[in-house]
Design a protein around this ligand. Structure first.
Ligand SMILES: NC(=O)c1ccc[n+]([C@@H]2O[C@H](COP(=O)([O-])OP(=O)(O)OC[C@H]3O[C@@H](n4cnc5c(N)ncnc54)[C@H](OP(=O)(O)O)[C@@H]3O)[C@@H](O)[C@H]2O)c1
Length: 296
């Protein structure tokens, strides 16, 4: 498949790009800075890196037209809703011209908002007030060929953009502050398993128009337990201070509730099974390593 990938230098995008190339797909990856070391590493892995900004459709329009699949993994920090709406508009214009690639659209469990559901699956109602849920709803009525990916919290690999990476950095630096509800339980997905989920979608597109997939492993765990394990990984055995969720980074405030994900739909329709180590196994294997954590 000819794939155009936004966010190719990102945590998820890099893993997806490298796996798709290894599986024989052609990947053109978008970045704002094609001279970065991450962009060079992608080029070395066989990805064609191109310059552009999702907030500037003219910078990537021709790439959309040339692609069979567009995988979108950018969350534009400045104008997240407008940039995605511009992408949809570009794809709709292509559709009107008789040619539109299939969009694999990344959101996340934030689409369920702050509501506490005992278990999340694709039939769980999303929060109509959440901007990303509204973008998903726009797609559903747009007649664009699309598939939605909602990853659980991602860990593994280099851990950049992973909450686990931040927690380990905090433990290394002697910070021990846990935010919000100490009883919340979260599902996680290893970045390599997640990349295999995207690959499975790309390779079954014809059957998946309009579908959404929640991708998580089968090892949900109390967030506080994981936080404390991160502390222990750096030999910190002192008490953890608890702080209100209002003091947490805004992006994580919506997750101050259970996020236990049922991925049986992905297992059934994609033949996807998580294979990687669980988050707790990974953290438990860290002691004895250096203060830089090569595998998060
Ligand atoms: N990480 C998680 O635990 C997690 C969990 C669930 C869902 N998600 C979702 O998955 C998606 C990807 O997450 P991630 O963790 O891989 O993010 P990330 O590591 O922050 O990477 C995103 C990439 O997007 C690119 N980017 C940002 N703004 C851009 C713009 N205006 N134009 C073009 N490129 C732009 C950046 O590349 P350049 O700087 O090279 O341009 C960056 O490398 C996001 O939608 C996120 O909300 C993430």
């Amino acid at each position: 498949m000819d794939v155009f990938l936004t966010g190719a230098t990102g945590y998820i995008g890099e893993a997806v790009a490298e796996l798709l190339v290894a599986r024989g797909h052609t990947v053109v990856g978008l970045t704002r800075d094609p001279r970065s070391s991450r962009a060079s590493a992608l080029e070395d892995a066989g990805v064609r890196v191109v310059a552009g900004d999702v907030g500037d459709p003219g910078s990537y329009r021709a790439r959309l037209a040339a692609a069979e699949v567009v995988i979108h993994t950018v969350a534009d920090g400045r104008r997240p809703v407008e940039s995605d709406e511009q992408l949809f508009a570009e794809l709709l214009a292509l559709r009107a011209a008789g040619r539109a690639p299939h969009l694999v659209y990344t959101t996340g469990c934030s689409v369920y908002g702050a509501h506490c559901h005992p278990l999340l699956d694709e039939s769980t109602p999303t929060d109509p007030d959440h901007p990303r849920a509204r973008l998903e709803a726009q797609l559903a009525t747009s007649r664009l060929a699309h598939t939605i990916v909602r990853p659980a919290l991602v860990f593994g690999g280099h851990g950049r953009s992973s909450l686990l990476g931040r927690w380990l950095d905090e433990a290394r630096d002697g910070v021990a502050v846990f935010y919000g509800d100490a009883r919340k339980v979260w599902s996680w997905v290893h970045v390599d398993d997640l990349a295999r989920g995207y690959a499975a979608i790309v390779e079954r597109l014809a059957e998946l128009d309009g579908e959404a997939f929640l991708l998580a492993d089968d090892a949900p765990v109390a967030a506080l337990e994981t936080y404390e394990a991160c502390q222990r990984a750096f030999g910190r055995t002192g008490p953890v201070t608890h702080a209100p969720i209002s003091e947490e980074a805004p992006v994580y405030q919506v997750f101050d509730r259970h996020e236990i994900v049922d991925s049986r739909k992905a297992q059934r329709l994609l033949g996807w099974t998580p294979r990687a180590t669980s988050v707790m196994e990974l953290v438990a294997a860290l002691p004895g390593r250096t203060a830089t954590h090569p595998e998060l």
